[in-house]
Design a protein around this ligand. Structure first.
Ligand SMILES: Nc1ncnc2c1ncn2[C@@H]1O[C@H](COP(=O)(O)OP(=O)(O)OP(=O)(O)O)[C@@H](O)[C@H]1O
Length: 237
């Protein structure tokens, strides 16, 4: 079996000397959607940012394809095939969708000769982007902005997608409409997805495994069917 795309060992990280992650051991395998659950403030976003290289670990290891990458930069993460859909979408409201995506191509270091084909490919995965391509991002609905944010992350053709609360502000049906094509792409390409979610019920429908965080530690790893009743979900917290 190949090494996990991402793996941590006793990972610690935080802000200004204050530890938020207190020794996390987690792995994201090829061809899976791993759902990361936990209360507000449990450290989910901090873990995602540390895996992507936005925060440097203060201890422990981050491994990409089995090799230690403790000083992984965002550029190195992108080059390794890892992309981030940030919490809050990160879409500049004054730019058009086209400009947001072109900026994404530039920041992902995609060669100019490939820009057109990358944009075409993203629009084949998320065809609704075509209809809003010339619109200002700030004029779009929350769901459309999230779609643009996901489209931008796909421009680097990642094999690993880190998604930080993509459902925020979206109705369950919209969430499934948005995640459906991404789950299909994941199955077709054997991509790996780490999905941070508060919307547990919807997230479990598209997940293969579930990890639960509490106060900066990983407290449980389960399969989605093990959380099929309210009582079992309540036990988690
Ligand atoms: N930029 C920052 N500077 C200082 N402390 C931070 C920063 N970002 C997060 N924290 C703190 O780190 C802890 C974990 O926050 P984090 O955002 O990782 O949690 P989370 O599980 O993603 O929560 P949520 O579900 O609310 O997004 C919290 O106590 C938070 O206040």
């Amino acid at each position: 079996m190949s090494a996990p795309i991402l793996k941590t060992r006793a990972l610690t990280a935080g802000y200004g000397g204050r530890a938020v992650l207190n020794g996390i051991d987690i792995e994201l395998r090829e061809n899976e959607v791993l759902c990361l659950l936990g209360h507000n403030g449990a450290g989910k976003s901090t873990l995602v940012k540390t895996l992507f290289g936005l925060i440097a670990p203060s201890g422990g290891d981050v491994m990409v394809d089995g090799a230690k990458r403790n000083r992984q930069s965002v550029r190195a993460s992108t080059a390794a095939g890892i992309a981030l859909v940030p919490e809050g979408r990160g879409v500049f409201p004054s730019l058009s969708v086209e400009e947001v995506l072109r900026l994404g191509l530039w920041s992902a270091d995609v060669h100019a000769a490939e820009h057109a084909s990358r944009l075409d490919w993203v629009m084949s995965v998320l065809p609704d982007i075509k209809r809003i391509y010339r619109q200002r991002a700030g004029s779009l609905s929350g769901g459309q902005q999230q779609m643009v944010s996901i489209g931008r992350a796909l421009l680097s053709r990642p094999r690993c997608l880190l998604m930080d609360e993509p459902s925020i502000g979206l109705a369950p049906k919209l969430f499934q409409d948005l995640l459906g094509p991404i789950r299909q792409l994941q199955k077709d390409t054997r991509m790996s997805i780490l999905l941070v979610e508060q919307n547990v019920r919807e997230a479990l429908k598209v997940s293969d495994r579930v990890a639960v965080m509490k106060s900066g530690t990983l407290i449980r790893e389960v399969l989605p069917f093990e959380l099929d009743t309210n009582a079992k979900l309540m036990e988690l917290y």
